[in-house]
Structures are given as C-alpha cells and as structure tokens.
Design a protein around this ligand. Structure first.
Ligand code: NAD
Length: 290
C-alpha cells in the first residue's frame, strides 16, 4: 500500500477535545452549557445507533443532550409541535431531527420549521440557500467533516480538480458549493448516476469524494496516481460489515491519500455536529466565534 491513511477517528478525537475545552470555557465564563436536542420517530435500528452516538459524543464534550423518542405512528402536527417547543426553549441551541422519518411524515416541512439559529444539521432550505449565495450559516456536518479532513491532511483545494460522486442534498451538493467558495477555490465536478464516463471524469481529479452509496464504485483504474480519495460511503457488505464506496485495497495502491471505512468520514460527521452546536450556542448569545 502506498497511500497515506487519513485517520478520521484520530482527527475526531483531537477536534472533540478542543470542542470540550471550548465548552468548558463557555460554561465557566458565561454560564452557558450548549444544548443539543435530538428527535427520533419510530424504532429504526440505524437511526437509534446514530442518535445514541450523537448523544454520547455531546455529553462527552460537556454539552447538554436531550432525546425525544416518538412512536412510529406520530402525527405530523405532533412532531411539528415538538419542533416549535424546541425552537422556543432557550436551553436548546441545536435541533436535530433524525432521518429517515416514517413515510407518512413530511420531513421537508419539519426541516423548514427548525429556526435557522438552531439548524445545526443544516437541512433547512434557508441554511442551504445561505450556503448557495456564499454567505453560509451552519455547514452540513458530513461535508464539513470532509473539509476538515482535507485541511488537516494539508490538501490544497485552491485550483484543484475535485470530483464528487453523488449529488444528494445531504452530502454531494452542499460539498460542491463549499469547495467552490472563495478561500477554498476548487474546480468541482459534481458527478451522479447519469454522468457519462465516470471513470474518465474521475481520472482527471486531484481529489475524489465518493458519496454514492455503492459498494466498490471507485476502482483503481479511475484514480490518477497520487490523487486524494475521500470515501463517504457507508454501506453494509454481504457479511454485515461496514464498507465504503471505494475499493479500498486496490485504490490504496494508487492514491496518494485515502480515508478508510470505518474510521474516516463517519467520526468527523458527529464531530462537526458538536462544532455546529457550540457555534449556535455562542451565536445565539451574541458571543464571538473563536
Ligand atoms: P443518496 O442516495 O441520497 O444519493 C446518492 C447519490 O449518488 C445520488 O446523487 C446518485 O445520483 C449518486 N449515484 C448513485 N449511484 C451512482 C453511480 N453508480 N454512479 C454515479 N453516481 C451514483 O445518498 P446520500 O445520503 O448522499 O449518501 C451517500 C452515501 O454516503 C451512503 O452510503 C450513505 O450511507 C453515506 N453517508 C455517510 C455519512 C457519514 O457520516 N459517513 C453521512 C451521510 C451519508
């Protein structure tokens, strides 16, 4: 293997320690303990695991964490009334509604209801719009984690050709905007399932970000020697193990740097949720960001 491994778990530990210090200082100096409220509807096992991870991570960082678990047959108006209550609760700085919601619920309407000042998951269209015009509020957590991994690894994005595979509102699309903002200045190609000659497109990349949810989509022949490969994919293999979108073993022979799955982007996603909650707690009280 020639590629440098970009260790998201180690970076997450480092960033979370800094966040915990900042939280402790905010509490000591201003009596403010940032609070994160998570809402989960139904008993989807994966959602429960994710919300549990976020809960433990926020408590470990010294934040206040509350979980609202609603039954699977919750009515839209009851869910919306809980979100309104959290909007009005001064002890809550960040609100997270875990997706997917059961089919009968309108997740877009719920996301739109979260006040922008507490939209730490960055899924409200207002938040996405602010990013699109180059004046972002909160950055959505997974793309934010990808940016942190690249920055920490010393990857220069200015002028770089970045190919992002996957155009979802959760990952690919917001990341494409973040990377083209002034200061990051990448030249981005946002590839998707209709992209012609994906392999050829990827071969022109200095950085490839795979976020398609397809096991083994990015193979060694698609990667220019020395390119940086970030694997956002989180898929269950036939053996039940977690695997990404990148054929790790063969790509690691060609790439200059690569993130593993697990232990790459995943731990950074939760970390950036904490970062956003900390930023929300400061901003809501008119305190400067660090
Ligand atoms: P999604 O299904 O909403 O979007 C997938 C995108 O990939 C679509 O735009 C689609 O056009 C594109 N795509 C699918 N197959 C393709 C192909 N063969 N060639 C080119 N493009 C293709 O998925 P999502 O929510 O963006 O998630 C993507 C992956 O990232 C999933 O595996 C998900 O589990 C993972 N994910 C991981 C984290 C994390 O923290 N690590 C966070 C969010 C999502």
């Amino acid at each position: 293997m020639s590629a440098r491994i970009l260790d998201g778990k180690a970076l997450a530990t480092e960033v979370r320690a800094r966040i915990a210090d900042d939280v402790a200082r905010l509490t000591a100096e201003h009596g403010v303990r940032p609070g994160l409220a998570a809402v989960i509807v139904g008993d989807d096992p994966a959602s429960q695991v994710y919300v549990g991870m976020k809960h433990r991570a926020s408590e470990a960082a010294g934040m206040r964490s509350e979980q609202h678990v609603l039954p699977a047959d919750t009515a839209q108006e009851d869910l919306e009334s809980l979100v309104r209550q959290l909007n009005d609760d001064d002890a809550v700085d960040g609100i997270l509604v875990q997706l997917p919601l059961p089919d009968h619920l309108d997740s877009r309407a719920v996301q739109e209801l979260i006040v922008p000042a507490k939209d730490v998951d960055a899924l409200n269209p207002y938040t996405a719009g602010r990013l699109a015009i180059g004046d972002p509020t909160f950055l959505s957590c997974t793309p934010y984690g990808v940016l942190e991994l690249l920055a920490h690894a010393g990857v220069e994005t200015s002028g770089a050709n970045v190919v992002i595979v996957g155009r979802s509102n959760l990952v690919g699309r917001p990341l494409s905007v973040m990377l083209t903002l002034k200061g990051r200045d990448a030249t981005v190609t946002l590839a998707h399932s209709r992209t012609r000659d994906l392999a050829g497109v990827c071969r022109g990349a200095d950085v490839i970000v795979a976020a398609a949810g397809q096991i083994g989509l990015v193979t060694a022949d698609m990667v220019r020697p020395g390119a940086v490969v970030i694997d956002v994919g989180t898929n269950r293999g036939e053996d039940g193990k977690l695997v990404g979108d990148v054929a790790f073993d063969e790509v690691a022979e060609v790439a200059g740097a690569i993130t593993p799955v697990p232990g790459g982007v995943g731990p950074m996603t939760v970390t950036m949720l904490l970062q956003n909650t900390l930023e929300a707690a400061r901003a809501r009280r008119g305190l400067p960001q660090r």
